[in-house]
Design a protein around this ligand. Structure first.
Ligand code: CP
Length: 314
């Protein structure tokens, strides 16, 4: 099937074939990034606006690098210096950016559903760079891309996602991607942050760290998302770490070849000890690097490109 989607809003919307098409396109761009001349002309003449209304390091910079490597002009919106501080709405802001002849908007926003809303009021493609606790589709795509690089097919692979699942858009996007790719997913953490209703998404829920980690081939740590929690969901960070933090002893319960992942930012000594975050089994910085190729794929496909036509090197 040719790629036909103009917006990338959620992984829940994507078919397995579409996920695999994005991964294949990202693999082709990753090969280009290994060459001496990395820039391709695919989006020459296009202008992409990074409309980030929440803080970001990895996502914002990698979208900016991806756009530049595709030869697009890229403008990163400075929320603190913008007219949103004077009360301008998201819709007005985005419609003005469109009126300024932007060809695509990459949106990060605290409100779940805001990218879908913009996709309905704009004529240009919208790419979701994280909306509230809802989804972070390019993160889920780069995480599963990285897992495939290490494990091959994810069908039947034992993946544990450990931490604050309830408030995590990364968890939701990974759950949708991993279940479509056939992985065996277990969510682990305190019951206040990993409620049983997540089983409705086709995953297991466990509050027993030792049994969940036994023989896992991937463990993905998630930080506590204080910015989205209205009230405390556990007595203290120290008690959370003592129950669910990944340390050397607990990592020994994993499959000996297991990889350790984290979308960042890391809270060292809380959800993961530094010796594991920086250790041989960690692929955390590979995830960051893969974000460039995956975001190149997302921008390229939403701009009308086809996976088989990844442009040649200039
Ligand atoms: N993983 C992630 O979304 O990181 P940033 O918030 O720094 O973009």
């Amino acid at each position: 099937m040719p790629w036909s989607r103009r917006h990338l809003l959620t992984i829940e919307d994507l078919s397995l074939d579409e996920i695999n098409q994005i991964h294949a396109t990202a693999a082709a761009f990753k090969a280009v990034l290994g060459r001496r001349v990395k820039r391709v002309p695919a989006l020459r003449g296009k202008t992409i606006v990074n409309l980030f209304l929440e803080p970001s390091t990895r996502t914002r910079i990698s979208f900016e690098m991806a756009a530049k490597l595709l030869s697009a002009e890229v403008i990163s919106f400075d929320a603190a210096a913008s007219s949103t501080t004077k009360g301008e709405t998201l819709r007005d802001t985005a419609q003005n950016i469109q009126a300024l002849n932007a060809d695509m908007i990459v949106l990060r926003h605290a409100a779940s559903g805001s990218p879908l809303y913009l996709s309905r009021v704009l004529d240009i493609p919208v790419v979701n760079a994280g909306d509230g606790a809802h989804e972070h589709p390019t993160q889920g795509l780069l995480d599963t891309f990285t897992m495939k690089e290490h494990l091959g097919s994810l069908r039947g692979r034992k993946v544990v996602i450990l931490g604050d699942i309830l408030f995590s858009r990364v968890a939701r996007s990974n759950i949708h991607a991993l279940t479509k790719l056939g992985a065996d997913v277990t969510l682990v953490g305190p019951s206040t942050l990993v409620p049983d209703w997540f089983t409705e998404l086709g995953v297991r829920v466990s509050h027993n760290l030792k049994s969940a980690l036994a023989d896992a081939e991937v463990v993905m740590l998630l930080r506590i998302q204080h910015e989205r929690q209205g009230a405390s969901h556990f007595p203290s960070l120290g008690e959370y770490t003592s129950m669910f933090g990944l340390n050397k002893t607990r990592a020994s319960w994993l499959n000996p070849k297991a990889i350790i992942m984290h979308p960042g930012p890391i809270n060292r000594g809380v959800e993961i000890d530094s010796e594991l975050a920086d250790g041989d089994r960690s692929v955390i910085l590979e995830q960051v690097t893969n974000g460039i190729a995956v975001r190149m794929a997302a921008l390229y496909l939403c701009a009308g490109g086809q996976p088989e036509n990844v442009a040649p090197v200039e």
